[in-house]
Design a protein around this ligand. Structure first.
Ligand code: GAL
Length: 419
């Protein structure tokens, strides 16, 4: 049996079981597979758990550690193959579409129509939440990857001016190095290296180039001189990380900035969840800026709860979860803690701190100007196989296993093979 036939057999087995039990009482429990295991992420998830508990649903937690979610997706595949289907799964962009293509995701149209999701969820998110006109996932947030998080006290010591372009960034990193502070807190993991790459490509080539290379996979763009500059700049960033960066989890890198051991972290706005969870305040303890040279453009990713076909006894729980997720008050409460922006356009920014307000305003602007792009690092630019091919080259280069010229030569070929 191939993986896909085993998978389908498993899913059919699961469905048959539930049909037999259709007359049974509804299961008042939500089981969620997710990778929100850091302090800030767990705090955000508690907002959802509490909300569901108030609605009479217990929470069965299924956390799979590993930023960016690759380990969670591996566990999910194994579970589906054996017919052990969770109620809901945290999922990103193209992964949702790939599962929908398989025909295994539930149909949320009834609740979506009743609550008017079509009118309030931005098109850029609907493109991932819907498959063939059918809602298959409920978006819980919008994150973006082109951010830098700076320790305010350390920045002040170095002159206090946040960098506005690449040259100013490098000058500041050099100053930090000279002052004996770790310039960049980074964790050497595939998805973290790729998160840096999102920003470097956006600042180097601009939005049009980002789209051509990362989303359209244009071979000429992928092997262009601009791409060479991108890899050269990745090597520059590499020279400002500390010697212990390899394998470090992203939230430990955030902690280095929180404690002032490092000047900055280049990371998506889930990092803000760590600062907030540590009691830190924007403009007082930390500073948030768009990656130098990318203001006005946004590389986004949206966490969505994909709901699988689990059968009648859990459909009510799924509808309750979907509705709770899309509730405007919940979208505000959850995203204030998580560091992200709401996944609907009609949620007030009143409860958000300065960085949250900026996230919401930047997203709105980028959406209107057409400068909102799916994050490659977080599964919103291309399907998983292409993402993995890019990850490999980016990380080999970041770890100095291949030269810049080799990276440029391999990049387009690896993508072409994975398409
Ligand atoms: C992203 C996800 C965020 C956060 C981050 C670190 O892919 O969208 O919610 O969890 O990974 O794990």
């Amino acid at each position: 049996m191939t993986t896909s036939t085993r998978l389908l057999a498993g899913l059919m087995f699961g469905t048959a079981l539930t049909i037999a039990g259709a007359a049974q009482a509804q299961v008042k429990e939500v089981e969620m597979v997710h990778w929100w295991t850091s302090g800030g992420e767990a705090a955000a998830l508690n907002v959802l758990k509490d909300d569901l508990q108030k609605k009479g649903y217990s929470w069965k937690d299924n956390p799979i550690a590993g930023g960016g979610g690759a380990p969670a997706m591996t566990v999910l595949r194994a579970r589906l193959t054996s017919g052990n289907i969770p109620t809901a799964v945290q999922m990103l962009g193209f992964d949702i579409q790939e599962w929908a293509e398989f025909g295994v995701l539930a149909n949320l149209n009834a609740v979506a129509e009743k609550e008017g999701w079509d009118k309030v969820v931005p098109q850029a998110l609907q493109r991932f939440s819907k498959y063939n006109g059918q809602w298959v996932a409920a978006p819980v947030n919008v994150h973006s990857t082109n951010w830098v998080w700076l320790n305010k006290a350390q920045l002040d010591k170095l002159g206090g001016k946040a960098p506005a372009n690449w040259d100013e960034l490098v000058a500041l990193l050099e100053k930090a190095k000279g002052a004996g502070i770790i310039p960049i807190a980074h964790g050497g993991q595939l998805w973290q290296d790729a998160t840096l790459f999102d920003s470097v490509i956006l600042t180097t080539g601009g939005g049009d180039f980002y789209k051509k290379a990362m989303i359209d996979l244009d071979p000429a763009a992928l092997s262009s001189p601009t791409m060479k500059t991108v890899f050269e700049r990745m090597a520059v960033l590499r020279s400002y990380v500390d010697n212990n960066f390899s394998g470090r989890d992203w939230n430990l890198a955030s902690a280095m900035v929180i404690k002032g051991e490092a000047l900055m972290q280049i990371m998506g706005d889930w990092a803000k969840g760590e600062f907030v969870n540590a009691g830190k305040k924007p403009d007082q303890d930390f500073v948030c800026i768009r990656f130098p040279g990318t203001q006005g453009q946004v590389t986004f990713n949206s966490d969505q709860f994909a709901l699988f076909k689990v059968g009648a006894s859990r459909e009510e729980a799924q509808a309750v979860l979907a509705s709770a997720t899309m509730n405007p008050a919940f979208q505000s409460a959850f995203n204030v803690v998580k560091g992200s922006a709401p996944a609907r356009t009609d949620v007030s920014d009143a409860a958000f701190d300065a960085c949250g307000k900026k996230a919401i305003a930047d997203l709105k602007e980028a959406n209107e100007k057409g400068t909102l792009y799916g994050s490659m690092a977080h599964g919103h630019a291309n399907k998983a196989s292409v993402k993995a091919a890019m990850y490999d080259v980016i990380t080999s280069h970041f770890n100095r296993q291949i030269t810049t010229d080799q990276a440029v030569a391999q990049f387009q070929k690896a993508v072409a093979a994975a398409k």
